[in-house]
Ligand binder design. Structure first.
Ligand code: AMP
Ligand code: ZN
Ligand code: FE
Ligand code: FE
Length: 311
């Protein structure tokens, strides 16, 4: 669902006196590249973001921050502001949820060590899915999937692409419907970190933890527990949220004093039309995230003047 576009944008460039106002700025804070299961390279994604007149983008590849270095320089080149991030699959009280980590230090050893484990689990999951396909007399090879994925964080879409490219399925939809969807014969459950551990991991890497697309996981009842454990924000605006869901999550965010974020969850061309541009988050919410992360960091490492011993 699209958040309200401010009147500033509709008047920008109209030639009236109000057009002297600076153009309104918008962000997309949920994007994937080919460092996980998106199809765009960081450079292509930055180019698309500029084409959609976004001012700010957040990269949230699954279980990796590897694409952030290239994305940062592609954004600098395109005149875009960049927010590094990731998306972790987590679990609380038996409920699956996705947690976005924004402004994480992409060189944080603890974060990188945990992500390396998640990536190994993903690679083993691909092998397991392929083994199940082989049992169904589909002679797909794991190496074919890894060649298509060409990244450390492979997932079901890569298996789907390999099935299509190998001529075993006519489309990605067929691949998911016949084999890869939950409870289909080649489906293998995904590893989920505990949500509390995931938030701790994000926080110790200097980031903010935001619950992704809460409307898709339908886990409102765990929000109070997550807030208690340090959740920082809710992704109220998401392509798959209806207007009423977006309104509902904005109200919940205000009730729990959480930050509001939004993004398209664009995976490039993997699911038909690229979603980038379908959610444009007003920049005021980015400002709030930036202030919160600055505040959090000042708590962790107070400015020198505050810790210097009195003479
Ligand atoms: P995984 O994280 O490996 O379980 O894969 C989840 C990804 O598969 C998500 O990005 C989904 O949006 C994607 N997915 C689910 N169904 C389909 C489909 N029919 N076609 C393409 N991608 C899909
Ligand atoms: Zn994905
Ligand atoms: Fe997600
Ligand atoms: Fe996502």
């Amino acid at each position: 669902m699209k958040p309200d576009v401010t009147s500033q944008e509709s008047e920008a460039g109209s030639g009236r006196a109000e057009s002297a106002l600076p153009p309104a700025r918008f962000a997309d804070l949920h994007l994937h590249t080919n460092f996980s299961d998106g199809t765009y390279t960081p450079e292509e994604l930055a180019c698309q973001a500029a084409r959609h007149r976004l001012s700010t983008v957040g990269l949230t590849d699954h279980d990796t921050v590897e694409g952030c270095v290239r994305m940062a320089s592609a954004c600098a080149h395109a005149g875009l502001e960049f927010i590094p991030g990731t998306e972790l699959t987590a679990e609380l009280d038996g409920n699956e949820l996705h947690l976005l980590g924004y402004f994480v230090d992409t060189r944080n050893p603890g974060l990188l060590k945990e992500m390396a484990k998640f990536q190994t689990v993903r690679q083993n999951r691909v092998r397991e899915m392929v083994a199940r396909l082989n049992q169904l007399n589909i002679p797909l090879q794991a190496d074919a999937v890894f060649a298509i994925a060409n990244c450390r964080s492979p997932g079901r879409p890569h298996v789907g692409r390999a099935l299509v490219q190998g001529g075993f399925c006519a489309s990605m939809d067929e691949a998911f419907e016949r084999f890869l969807k939950k409870n289909r014969p080649a489906w293998v459950p995904k590893f989920k970190i505990s949500a509390l551990d995931a938030m701790q991991l994000i926080h110790q890497a200097g980031g903010l933890a935001v619950m992704a697309h809460p409307g898709l996981n339908r886990t409102d009842e765990i929000i109070p527990e997550l807030v208690e454990a340090g959740l920082d924000g809710l992704e109220c605006f998401h392509t798959k949220h209806s207007a009423s869901q977006a309104g509902h999550y904005v109200r919940l965010a205000k009730e729990f004093n959480l930050m509001i974020t939004g993004g398209s969850d664009c995976h490039g061309l993997s699911k038909g039309k690229p979603l980038i541009g379908t959610v444009k988050l007003p920049y005021e919410y980015v400002e709030q995230l930036k202030s919160a992360v600055a505040q959090q960091r000042s708590k962790i490492s107070p400015p020198l003047s505050a810790v210097r011993a009195p003479r």
